[in-house]
Write a protein that binds this ligand. Sequence first.
Ligand code: GLN
Length: 471
Amino acid sequence: MTIALETLTITDASRKLSHGEFSARELTESYLSRIERENAGLNAYLEVFDDCAEQASRIDERRAKGEALGSLAGIPLAVKDNILIEGRRASSASKILEGYRAPYDATVIRKLKEAGAVLLGRTNMDEFAMGGSTENSAFGPTKNPHDTSRVPGGSSGGSAAAVAGNLALAALGSDTGGSIRQPAAFCGVVGLKPSYGRVSRSGLMAMASSLDQIGPFAKTVADAELLFEAIAGRDPMDSTTLDPAQIQKKNKRAKRIGVPRRFLEKGVNAKILARFEETLTTLRGKGYKVCDIELPTITHSLAVYYIIMPAEVSTNLARFDGVRYGLHVDGDDLYGDYIKTRGAGFGREAKRRIILGTYVLSAGYYDAYYAQACKVRAVIRREFEESFRAVDAIAIPTTPSPAFAIGEKADDPLKMYLEDIFTVPANIAELPAISIPAGKTMPGLPVGFQLIAPYCGESALFSIGKDIDGD
Ligand code: GLN
């Protein structure tokens, strides 16, 4: 049986599965044959699980028995390789985790399993989620399905390419400074970074713990919402998750959108700006009020991010010592073991950030860098809060340029870091943000339109987002 995967959404697939138009097994097998044909070229998956068909058949059997099924019953999903799935390998695309198997399910995985999802495999990424192109993977770069000479973005490039190339119906990624939204923009799919604390980080390999969030990639805003609902919630395993009672429900429809104009003057590709303006015009046509706002300190977000993030990275990656996880290389003594294992196991970018982070946290520089960055972070957060008195959401492009060529920025970390200018503010301020496909640039490359909402205001992102993608 052939299923038209190109136009399929989770909503459609769920309806067709429940009407018996196709079985979960048939749907999964369609994805597996697509993966078989395309994955060697795209390198979206690091591993495709060998029991996908069995997972799907179990759902079919339960459906046949008339059992109550979850919201994602029979839906084939891809999972970024830094999220633990019990008994499976998990590498964060790093050599240092060679041979490591996850001893438990991440909370989001437990929830996906309970919702009946079929887990297809582990997707490629920048090592430990550090990068914006998936070129920092120890297992080779992923290619952008729209143009295989270009990067899919990163660090969750494998998940974005899997969804864009119809190698999965939707996927999970993680976003510390844009790693869901930027690849979503480059690959022409929807990507959501939830508010900090909405989704449990238990079982997510930590990059920068005060910034990390797991979130969905999907083809439509409605699908992203469905996946978000399935994974969100308070979790005793992550004390930073919120109690649903703490989340204020706003029933008023979001109608006012603010644009921090001055921030957009910073070297944005002209075609990206043109698509951005067109989307604003569409929204005006649908009754939204669009106005300019000031967020003066937002311009410092990138500097703040590249101090706080490596500081936390250097601490989090200290656990990879050759004793507790994965790779072990023998040195002359214990210290020698550490040096040899970490030297052989980590790639260049991981090492660069560990060194940077150790430097900004060191006794002589802590006050000058880390403490200062934390203060500026508080100011940025306050400015967002103040601006949300006047607007319901803030719009900015997701990226300053479309997907770049593989190799183009690989040797220039600063150029690569500058790509994150529009995505890091939401992480710094712990706010929810979504990237929605909004047209293309001339050579057929997708462009992302980003919306940022007040803390826990995901519902505003979904309602405005649906007015953009027409769902
Ligand atoms: N590109 C950013 C970085 O390199 C974002 C990473 C992320 O969100 N995991 O840090």
